[in-house]
Design a protein around this ligand. Structure first.
Ligand SMILES: [Ca+2]
Ligand SMILES: [Ca+2]
Length: 82
């Protein structure tokens, strides 16, 4: 069987897209385990130190901390992922 290369590439791209979908959907939903994973000491807020385990959050900490109290509350985090 001789499948043209172009066609093989198309199949490969389609397969990758389907595999990536569940991960993207999970991210979009922003499941609540994300917050508790980041809130290492469980006080209900993500401190700057705790945000270091998540590169994007650490880099955007000031923008996410909308009330500028130096902590990311669950509300601020939820607003971010919605
Ligand atoms: Ca905490
Ligand atoms: Ca805050």
């Amino acid at each position: 069987m001789n499948i043209p290369f172009r066609f093989k590439t198309l199949i490969a791209i389609t397969a990758v897209s389907f595999m990536a979908l569940p991960a993207i959907a999970q991210q979009a939903q922003g499941d609540q385990t994300g917050f508790s994973d980041l809130d290492a000491d469980g006080d209900g807020n993500i401190s700057l130190a705790e945000s270091k385990s998540h590169q994007w959050l650490a880099e955007n900490f000031a923008a996410v901390d909308t009330n500028k109290d130096g902590l990311i509350s669950k509300e601020e985090f939820t607003r971010l992922i919605k």
